[in-house]
Design a protein around this ligand. Sequence first.
Ligand code: SF4
Ligand code: SF4
Length: 134
Amino acid sequence: MRTKLSLQTVRGEFVNRIETISGQSLLACNQCGKCSAGCPVAFSMDVLPNQVIRMAQLGMEDVLQVQTIWTCAACLTCVSRCPKSIDLPRVMEALRQIYMEKFGNVLDPDQIAPEQAAEMPQLAIIGGFRKYSA
Ligand code: SF4
Ligand code: SF4
């Protein structure tokens, strides 16, 4: 009996989930490296942006443990450079979301003392919760 396999089945649930959340086609990336070459914070990343997308393409769930998904500043420089029009910050955001679904929020609002919150810029608080909590 022949088994019919779709591309979605072969690539696995993890890859499909990243693509669904991000709205990006991971296979479109041809690993040209332009995103990493232009990234202004690449010097502080443990894994370069093009390597993050490569790990995601291959369905390597270890990518959730990479610091780069949190270091990305969503500055969009890579988006403007990518010849394949891939929105890499959306892929990073999808990976953060999947991480927090699995392991919980990185930032717990209850852990911020009211006096600390009063001194912090409101934009920083909103930005922090947007990035570090699901
Ligand atoms: S610039 Fe685009 S195509 Fe090139 S490696 Fe980065 S994400 Fe892939
Ligand atoms: S959006 Fe993220 S990965 Fe892309 S250039 Fe900016 S910091 Fe680097």
